[in-house]
Ligand binder design. Structure first.
Ligand code: DGT
Ligand code: CA
Ligand code: CA
Ligand code: ZN
Length: 563
């Protein structure tokens, strides 16, 4: 019950903002804004007040007093979660920009389909905002400034933001002459800065960069640093004949490089970004490719995703690296929403899309209705959906729709739908969507209770993090992984670049303990199926072989596993 007035106020404010973005009733919006304002200024902790006491506070009506109890107890409320479900998560992030309010966002979203900071950035630098009524050139410039400020303060990028930076820079470089190294290449979930290796000459690149959208931080013959979309990019110049060693050095990780150097020293050799030096006579061996350099060191080739000095170098010495899961092993997507809840695609469209992707199956896993989410599925709707899925499957193409659900794990660890409703489904994902602020033991017990339910096959986005927005909730993953092994429940690797949850270290821990990982894109819109690649990368970073991944099962094996 230690929720501060400020926290409660910020939730109410967010509801008001989301109502405004979605174009709700102006009086309702005002009521939330006023309540937020009032609560922030009350001197005593409102979390300790009863609903009755609260109603007596001027500016707080009965409807809001009710929401407020929910927020104190669960950290969120039905209405907020429902509203969140109605707008793209990346759109909410726009609220963090200086001088960008809900009214502006509503217009940008509806008139220009701007859904993220990246979209806004693209539109503003493409001078497309100024054509909007009431906006103009000055506002356009203001947006770009706010974005740069936000990014500079915001710490690490997610994969989508990092890709936007790389794409922006690509225009100043010649295709085939450069590679992105660093944490980006290793497939980390978040990226601090971008490192690029190029064989083009500085005399060619530096003037180009000076004339591009990039801000030049530091310019040189060996290295140039620029800022693009508010993010730092280091560009290293190299000769083609040393490209392999430079790429290997800049790919890292630092820990990997250090360990590699130690091994080489034992053999009387010195590794650096220019090659490998024989210490006896100072002769430098140069490598145009990484593969040659690994071979020279007597190592099996190690893919960038594994280069963290977590045992991979030792295995590579014995040519014993595990065979890792790859795109060709993935036979389906195990977390997809349809227009029966908050997704945009019909069931038929899902099946067609799945066939196009070469999948054998897609798990249709819409939300349950428990949070009072109007677009969630109750028992009756779930049954109707079952018939519709049967109908779609009868017309079947090559991809079968599996009938599942993403059922809410409630505050007390029970599920949002009764067991008899869940037992008919092909697969059940259980996820925490509310009450994220409870203590570690409570959160852990909630999730464990869910995975002990015999109908639950997968725990969705197990730590609840939203990159750059919300940290993981408190949870003891070791305990969860132990119980998941005992019950044969799978843990999800949610492939949305905003989640990437479980992250790689937990995936490795799960795998090492015999817990299978299920990769799901959490697709709500057509273009999100391709997020599968992030999930696969993460599974590789977690050392998963095809056998560790639920998605590599055939349809029959999957159904057997789930029942
Ligand atoms: P980031 O940017 O924080 O996401 O992580 P990285 O891995 O991209 O790190 P960054 O950008 O600081 O450096 C790029 C690569 O350069 C890194 O992966 C390995 C190499 N490197 C950086 N500092 C050192 C160092 O002190 N020793 C060695 N051996 N290599 C280093
Ligand atoms: Ca970096
Ligand atoms: Ca760097
Ligand atoms: Zn979810």
């Amino acid at each position: 019950m230690d929720v501060s007035n400020r926290e409660i106020a910020s939730k109410l404010l967010l509801i008001g903002q989301l109502l405004e973005i979605t174009g709700d009733n102006v009086y309702k919006i005002r009521a939330f804004n006023r309540a937020a304002d009032v609560i922030e200024r009350v001197n005593s902790p409102v979390a300790l007040m009863s609903e009755e006491e609260l109603k007596l506070v001027p500016g707080i009506g009965p409807a809001i007093a009710k929401k407020f109890r929910e927020i104190v107890e669960t950290g969120t409320c039905n209405e907020l979660e429902e509203l969140r479900g109605r707008v793209p998560p990346s759109l909410v992030e726009l609220l963090n920009l200086e001088g960008v309010g809900p009214k502006t966002i509503a217009v940008l979203w509806k008139k220009m389909n701007i859904q993220s900071i990246g979209d806004l950035e693209k539109a503003a630098s493409g001078r497309r905002i100024r054509s909007l009524k009431g906006f103009g050139e000055k506002k356009e410039q203001g947006f770009l400034k706010s974005i740069a400020l936000y990014r500079a303060a915001g710490g690490r990028m997610n994969r989508v933001e990092a890709e936007a930076v790389v794409n922006r820079l690509a225009g100043s470089l010649t295709p085939g002459t450069w590679v992105v190294a660093g944490s980006y290449r290793r497939g980390r979930s978040t990226i601090g800065d971008i490192d690029i290796v190029t064989t083009e000459s500085p005399s060619l690149i530096n003037p180009k960069l000076r004339n591009s959208a990039a801000e030049v931080i530091d310019e040189g013959e060996r290295k140039t640093s620029v800022r693009v979309l508010g993010q730092r990019v280091d560009i290293r110049f190299t000769h083609e004949r040393q490209f392999g060693s430079m790429l290997m050095y800049l790919t890292g990780s630092k820990e990997f490089n250090i360990r590699l150097r130690e091994i080489a020293i034992e053999k009387g050799r010195k590794v650096n970004e220019y090659g490998i030096e024989d210490r006896a006579d100072g002769k430098l061996h140069e490598f145009s490719s990484e593969k040659d350099m690994f071979a020279f060191l007597g190592l099996q080739y190690i893919i960038p995703e594994l280069r963290e000095n977590l045992g991979e170098i030792e295995l590579a010495r014995d040519y014993q690296l595990p065979l890792l899961v790859g795109p060709s092993n993935i036979r389906g997507d195990l977390h997809v929403h349809s227009d029966w809840s908050d997704g945009a695609l019909t069931l038929e469209e899902l099946a067609v899309k799945g066939e196009g992707l070469g999948y054998d199956y897609i798990l249709c896993s819409d939300h349950s209705a428990t949070l009072g989410i109007t677009h969630g599925l109750d028992e009756e709707k779930l049954q109707r959906q079952a018939h519709e899925i049967e109908r779609v499957n009868r017309k079947a193409g090559a991809c079968t729709l599996l009938h599942g659900i993403e059922v809410d794990i409630l505050s007390n660890g029970t599920l949002g739908l009764p067991n008899h409703a869940l037992s008919d489904l092909d697969l059940v994902i259980a996820s925490v969507h509310s009450g994220l602020k409870e203590d570690r033991d409570t959160m852990t017990r909630r999730v464990i209770m869910a995975l002990e339910n015999e109908n639950v096959d997968i725990i969705g986005h197990p730590t609840g993090r939203l990159l750059g927005k919300r940290p993981a909730f408190e949870i003891d993953m070791s305990r969860v992984i132990d119980r998941a092994r005992d019950t044969g429940t799978s843990l999800e690797c949610n492939a949305s670049p905003w989640r990437l949850d479980l992250d790689d270290t937990y995936i490795r821990h799960s795998k090492d303990n015999g817990v299978r990982i299920s990769i799901g894109t959490d697709t709500h819109r057509d273009n999100e199926f391709s997020n599968m690649r992030y999930g696969i990368t993460l599974a590789q970073r977690g050392w998963c072989s095809p056998g560790d991944i639920v998605n590599s099962l055939s349809m029959k094996e999957l159904i057997d596993w789930a029942s």
